[in-house]
Design a protein around this ligand. Structure first.
Ligand code: MN
Ligand code: MN
Length: 489
């Protein structure tokens, strides 16, 4: 007798059981749930517009935390369950915490994102005059495609300290009446040689000079030496009270001038500068603000300097962030934690290294392994590892941790997908995970998939932004220790 053919229904059911696949989350939502998504991202867009530099984003975060009843850590002698605190790290990083009811030695739940983004920094002596134009010389910060920064409206933001020590804030280019700034590009008519260059050299680093002025000091007197540079510096002195010397010690960043926009006829995406990694910073902090009834203490850390390798005392490798963790523990315990207490806290803490990953792009699908790439619209992307050339420079989460975190997401009904940054040997990248892992804390990377990452107009799916917020909230509220792995308590 011929073997009975499996009917299609049975095979489909079996496939559903045995295969792993993720779904586009727009299809998984009815209209009122969609409204939740659209409402949530309005706050995010406002955060992007307010916080285009790490300093501005930290300022924005402080105001958000204050609104939500968080107070500076230094104002507490002791901390008890329900207390809400924050501590800034030299104005460019911040730690915010909600105290839980558990003993701190059983570990914290932490989410760490970064709030610096690729940009152009002014050189110490930026001002020069050439062909009767005044320009600022820059040194780019982080991984950029330099040609993307030409012929684009730019804004200038930063802090300048005058000779007497007083502080001047510069923030110009974003308000409707502000002037913008730009790096000029070569007209195609004369670009025969330029168009033959490699993309890395189409605009060179030393050509990233920003046009900032063109009025001479005295229109009537052409004999004045350096009259265009003098014109600009006298204007700046009048407006800000600064001199050329003050630029040497200043921290001034040049960023794209446009605000965050909805993208698409259906407004399903957000396009904006600086979504890497403020999309994770925003969702993490909102998750902390909204989290309730915590047993484990929840921390959100926003780091600086990730885009240049996390070095420097505001980067994730800085001990200052651990010192804040120590100070929180001290106030919870009512005494200085012993070295063993701190070791126990680190060994039992679980960290989400909260950073963006590449979304599968139909224009460049060949750089991704389509089976393992994150898809825009499919929820938060969890990455077991990042790194490059044989997982170099990665933390690589354990099976135990990956399982525990995704079970936490499943229980909360959060849409998650696995995401790998590009094909093997295609390139790669790092995150703060390796620095957090140095203390022994359990660390896993997860965050929002992004199109056009590191460009002046990065794109995210609104539904992914919202799912990431839900994932982080579930993590902060319900993540417990990884099974059977409690150490030193
Ligand atoms: Mn990042
Ligand atoms: Mn980045």
């Amino acid at each position: 007798m011929a073997k009975k053919e499996t009917d299609k229904k049975t095979a489909d059911a079996l496939r559903d059981t045995l295969f792993f696949s993720t779904k586009n989350q727009w299809g998984e939502r009815d209209a009122d749930k969609r409204d939740d998504v659209f409402r949530f991202v309005e706050g995010y867009k406002a955060a992007l517009d307010a916080g285009k530099t790490e300093r501005l984003y930290v300022e924005f975060s402080i105001s958000r935390l204050k609104e939500a009843g968080f107070k500076p850590l230094a104002s507490f002698d002791s901390l008890k369950a329900g207390d809400k605190v924050y501590q800034t790290v030299r104005g460019r990083g911040i730690v915010a915490a909600r105290i839980g009811s558990d003993d701190p030695r059983t570990g914290f739940n932490l989410i760490g994102a970064h709030v610096d983004s690729p940009r152009l920094d002014l050189k110490p002596q930026p001002v020069y005059e050439a062909q009767e134009l005044v320009l600022f010389k820059t040194h780019y910060y982080g991984g950029i495609k330099k040609y993307q920064w030409a012929a684009l409206p730019l804004a200038i933001k930063g802090v300048v300290y005058k000779k007497d020590g007083s502080k001047v804030t510069i923030d110009i280019g974003d308000k409707p009446d502000d002037p913008a700034f730009c790096v000029t590009d070569l007209l195609p008519h004369l670009a025969k040689d330029q168009m033959q260059k490699k993309a890395t050299d189409v605009i060179s680093g030393e050509q990233l000079n920003v046009l900032v002025g063109g009025l001479p000091f005295d229109e009537q007197n052409q004999d004045i030496k350096d009259r265009f540079k003098l014109g600009l510096l006298s204007l700046l002195n009048h407006e800000y009270g600064i001199t050329e010397r003050d630029f040497v010690t200043a921290e001034i960043e040049v960023v794209p001038a446009a605000n965050a926009r909805d993208v698409g006829f259906d407004r399903s995406f957000i396009g904006a500068y600086g979504q890497d990694d403020r999309v994770c910073a925003y969702t993490a902090l909102e998750a902390l603000i909204d989290s309730q009834d915590l047993s484990r203490t929840a921390l959100v850390i926003l780091y600086d300097k990730e885009e240049t390798g996390s070095q420097g005392n505001t980067g994730a490798s800085s001990a200052l962030y651990l010192h804040v963790q120590h100070e929180i523990m001290k106030r919870m315990l009512g005494e200085d934690p012993s070295v063993s207490d701190m070791h126990a806290n680190h060994a039992n803490s679980i960290v989400i290294s909260s950073d963006v990953t590449a979304a599968l792009d139909p224009n460049f699908a060949d750089v991704s392994d389509q089976l393992n790439a994150a898809k825009a619209g499919h929820g938060i992307a969890v990455a077991k590892y990042v790194g490059s050339r044989g997982k170099g420079g990665t933390s690589d989460a354990s099976a135990e941790l990956f399982t525990a975190v995704t079970r936490c997401f499943d229980q909360a009904g959060v849409a998650w997908q696995s995401g790998e940054l590009g094909k093997v040997d295609q390139g790669g990248g790092g995150t703060v995970a390796v620095f957090q892992a140095e203390t022994g804390m359990e660390v896993i990377d997860c965050g929002v998939p992004v199109l056009s990452m590191h460009s002046c107009f990065e794109v995210t799916s609104k539904v992914d932004v919202y799912e990431t917020y839900r994932a982080y909230r579930a993590f902060l509220e319900t993540m417990g220790t990884v099974s059977d792995q409690s150490l030193f308590v």
